[in-house]
Write a protein that binds this ligand. Structure first.
Ligand SMILES: Nc1nc2c(ncn2[C@@H]2O[C@H](COP(=O)(O)OP(=O)(O)OP(=O)(O)O)[C@@H](O)[C@H]2O)c(=O)[nH]1
Ligand SMILES: [Mg+2]
Length: 305
């Protein structure tokens, strides 16, 4: 009789190559936030998919980049540490017309540190953006540098090649019982997913360094008598000027961020949501967050919306 399988598939690669998009596409739910900007994902995010008799536990990680501060370093070491759990590692890159230097650097580091004994496959994403014949010499160059178990050419946003990849994962993962209940799709709490949605809207609305220097912290979640939910979140910023810009003229920016986030949180929770955002200056939030195992608590000073 066929047996159940389960295991961890860790997605790793440069920022912005489409790791979160791929996970969401196979899980068929927006588990990890996606934007057009690099360094969207800040901590490993798990998404669960069932394929036949296999439970695939995806671990989406922050993109690998040159760290500039302690918070970056804690993000990167979390990405690299996720590899310890891996049964399969998908090294992901995006299709490009020239040799992929960033990927070569990741492979060099891999040879030096051997971070995982898991099966490693190469996934080249965004093939919708280049001509396939331009890709083939680059792929043969990469396969000379590393002994990948398999190479996949996909378009995560268009769905091309996703089925083959999911099938490969389903038959490769080890025979064992499922680790999570069959109907579970995410491992993060609703609270964390809701703060991530707000951070996504912040990344989309605010430019340059501001969204990168802002954290969204969960404060409270209260079910109301009419079954709607009141959610309070704090945006931690590093300066008064960031606070002013996030709030915007007559509160316009924060209102739009809040509106857009509320709509997505309503879809996530399938309830009416009242979202209250406040902005608080906390210049060293990154130091606190990179040390804290649990989200830090806060003492709200001002309420902006
Ligand atoms: N054209 C095209 N764009 C894609 C594809 N997959 C993802 N994208 C886009 O690429 C951008 C980055 O996608 P993400 O999934 O956030 O990338 P990521 O690797 O998770 O990025 P980080 O979290 O910053 O490491 C988004 O604008 C996606 O819509 C694809 O197959 N084709
Ligand atoms: Mg991501």
């Amino acid at each position: 009789m066929p047996k159940r399988r389960a295991g961890h598939v860790v997605l790793i690669g440069e920022p912005n190559v489409g790791k979160s998009t791929l996970m969401n596409s196979i899980v068929a739910a927006p588990i990890s936030i996606v934007t057009h900007k690099a360094q969207t994902t800040r901590f490993p995010v798990r998404g669960l998919a069932i394929r036949g008799l296999t439970q695939i536990i995806f671990v989406d990680t922050p993109g690998l980049f040159a760290a500039r501060n302690k918070f970056d370093r804690s993000m990167l070491s979390a990405a690299w540490r996720s590899l310890h759990d891996a049964n399969i590692v998908l090294i992901m890159a995006q299709a490009q017309n020239k040799p992929n230097e960033a990927l070569t650097n990741i492979l060099k580091r891999w040879h030096r540190d051997s971070p995982s004994a898991a099966t490693v496959a190469l996934v080249i994403n965004k093939i919708d953006l280049v001509r396939r014949e331009n890709l083939l010499p680059i792929i043969s160059q990469l396969t000379e540098q590393f002994d990948f178990d398999k190479v996949f050419l996909i378009s995560a946003s268009k769905g091309d090649g996703i089925d083959d990849l999911a099938e490969y994962l389903a038959v490769k993962l080890p025979v064992q019982d499922w680790i999570y209940p069959a109907d579970q799709m995410a491992v993060s709490s609703l609270q964390t997913m809701a703060t991530e949605i707000t951070r996504e809207k912040l990344l989309l609305r605010m430019h340059q360094e501001i969204p990168y220097q802002t954290a969204v912290q969960h404060e409270a979640w209260q079910t109301q008598k009419d079954d709607s939910v009141r959610i309070d979140q704090t945006l931690l910023v590093v300066s008064q000027s960031h606070k002013r810009m996030i709030i915007g003229p007559q509160g316009q920016n924060i209102r739009q961020i809040g509106e857009a986030a509320r709509k997505d949180i309503e879809k996530l929770t399938d309830r009416r949501v009242h979202l209250f955002l406040q902005v608080k200056v906390k210049p060293k939030w990154a130091d606190d967050l990179s040390q804290a195992a649990e989200p830090i608590s806060s003492n709200p000073e001002t309420r902006e919306q």
